[in-house]
Design a protein around this ligand. Structure first.
Ligand code: C5P
Length: 249
């Protein structure tokens, strides 16, 4: 199982992304001390979202893979099963390590996504992981009830969507670290939980509502933590990344 820190590279273009990632050469070159061999040897696992992908296209994936990074492509697909399946086949061909869909698209859509992704990734020995977004962290109980007309409590919806993802053969879900224990109880310890909303005590929460430290996320059993601004907006991103790895792994 992974147990890795994924850096959310929410940058506007390739140049800015590469300038940021070049700083991590310092760990490999020994300029920043790090006892963990796996951290020293590897390039950070990165998450590419819609902004960067739509600006730069698939070449951003190729560039990052050639540089030795693992890539989580966070495009959150949601459409009819046929369209998502076909799109996933294309994404599978990029050689990404992880990609996601909205669980709200239905079990049938998630099954089509998985099928398409595996077809696309047929030439890769290591198959990409497919995970589902249960509910966006920007959706609260009020929006769920008054706009989406879903009368169940948010945590029940999250639990049901996680079960749907498992039923469709997906590898896991993106969720709040606060939901990890319940999701592992429901879907099994092997079902991957990828948790954003990670902060150190000294960080500003920003727009994240339910936050947790890397050490606490490890404690509850998160499989991957996603960290953006605490690393990307720091004066010392390499040191913050190294500390996150040490606390989490
Ligand atoms: O900067 P920050 O650490 O808040 O970044 C978190 C990343 O995780 C962002 O790229 C955000 O889009 C993503 N994310 C999230 N909540 C979700 C799903 C994805 O914060 N439910």
């Amino acid at each position: 199982m992974g147990k890795d820190v994924i850096i959310a590279c929410d940058f506007a273009c390739t140049e800015e992304t590469i300038r940021f990632l070049d700083k991590f050469n310092k760990i490999r070159e020994g300029v920043v001390a790090c006892d963990d061999i796996s951290v020293r040897a590897s390039r950070p696992y990165v998450k590419i979202g819609m902004e960067l992908f739509y600006a730069e296209g698939p070449q951003i994936i190729r560039i990052l893979k050639e540089r030795g990074h693992k890539v989580f492509l966070d495009l959150k697909l949601h459409d009819i099963p046929n369209t998502v399946g076909k799109a996933m086949q294309v994404i599978g061909g990029y050689g990404v390590d992880m990609v996601n869909v909205h669980a709200a698209g239905s079990i049938q859509m998630m099954e089509a996504a998985k099928h398409g992704l595996m077809l696309g990734a047929i030439r890769f020995a290591e198959k990409p992981k497919l995970i589902a977004v249960t509910q966006l962290t920007s959706i609260d109980e009020e929006t769920l009830k008054n706009e989406l007309l879903i009368d169940k409590p948010l945590d029940e919806v999250v639990a049901q969507y996680a079960l749907n993802a498992k039923k469709a053969g997906l590898d896991g879900v993106v969720c709040s670290a606060h939901e990890v224990v319940r999701i592992h109880e429901l879907c099994g310890e092997d079902f991957i939980t990828v948790t954003p909303g990670i902060r150190f005590e000294e960080n500003a929460a920003g727009d994240q509502k339910r936050i947790m430290t890397p050490a606490a996320a490890k404690e509850v059993g998160s499989d991957y933590i996603v960290m953006g601004r605490p690393i990307t907006a720091s004066d010392k991103p390499v040191e913050v990344y190294r500390k996150s790895c040490e606390d989490f792994k």
